[in-house]
Unconditional design. Structure first.
Length: 152
């Protein structure tokens, strides 16, 4: 891209795919420190506020408990929270007719299950990550070489 700019005196046409790729790479390089620096630079956040924010939320757990008056029986509350639905019925009971229907339906179609099992055995194995990345690169090359210049 830099060579294109040099050869054409700075006049380069960029398609949508190239723009998206450029933006994606740029965002990958942005860090939290970069954002903090830019906010301080434009005056939206002073360095004093940033330091206050950082020190306020980087407290040890024991100080948080004392500062916010968290009760000491936290583990007991957690245990009761975990077991709150222990006595709730989550499944229904089947009556005899329903059990007979389920069993008879499974005995009526044993051939269908065999055919389904054969189809699962014959299925392809999923592609590897490297195969997927190679395919994505191939699609990107195809789009770059076969784009219509009249749409950009």
């Amino acid at each position: 891209m830099l060579m294109d700019m040099i050869e054409t005196d700075g006049k380069v046409s960029i398609n949508m795919l190239q723009a998206v790729n450029f933006l994606s790479k740029a965002w990958q390089e942005v860090t939290a420190a970069t954002i903090q620096h830019s906010l301080r630079h434009v005056g939206l956040c002073s360095s004093q506020e940033t330091n206050q924010f950082d020190s306020e939320y980087n407290l040890p757990l024991s100080e948080w408990i004392s500062q916010f008056n968290i009760p000491n029986n936290f583990n007991e509350d957690l245990q009761s929270y975990e077991n709150i639905d222990e006595d709730v019925a989550t499944i229904g009971t089947l009556i005899d007719e329903q059990i007979v229907d389920v069993v008879s339906k499974s005995q009526e179609s044993p051939n269908n299950q065999d055919e389904e099992d054969d189809q699962v055995d014959k299925a392809e194995s999923p592609p590897t990550i490297q195969q997927a990345l190679d395919a994505a690169e191939l699609v990107e090359k195809f789009l770059l070489f076969n784009q219509d210049d009249s749409t950009t």
